[in-house]
Design a binder for this molecule. Sequence first.
Ligand code: CU
Length: 183
Amino acid sequence: MIRTKLTALAVAVFVVMGLSSVASAAGPARTTIKSATSFKFKPNRYIQDGLRWAKDSYKVSSGGTLHVVNGDGSEGPHTFTVLAKKDVPKTVRTLFNCRACNELTRAHGANPESEDPPRFPFLENGVGQDSPPNVDRPGDSALVGSRGRKGEFIDLKVTARAGTTLRFICLIHPWMQSKVEVQ
Ligand SMILES: [Cu+2]
């Protein structure tokens, strides 16, 4: 009788441990992605623009929320724009002339000749719209901090399946490149 109870207890402990390990395998339900900035220069050589996403990699659970914040204030707005890995610009030549980026900038209805806000603050699968996209694939995009004020944010729901890696950049400052691991 005692042995049976002990066995039952051991099974219960294993079940609880098992559940908690499943829970910890899932990513956070809400993840904050923030822009950050710094600036340096070397006289008669170069300037170094340290505008960036604060981290090189983020984790979120499938069904969770990305809380994307303008953390720098003066240099925004930014966009959170998902690109296929092959489309993320990696060379100086493609940095400001990347085909996928140009297409998505056009889809936002941005006029490169002006500082006016784009016609569409959001893209779902590359198509302009007025409400935030479900983030799951390249072409999902959101303007962040349209007034250029520190602390402005947008909340985006992640519908990509666990195991998906979403690479994202800012279309306005395309060296801002990071990724979200969906768990
Ligand atoms: Cu930006």
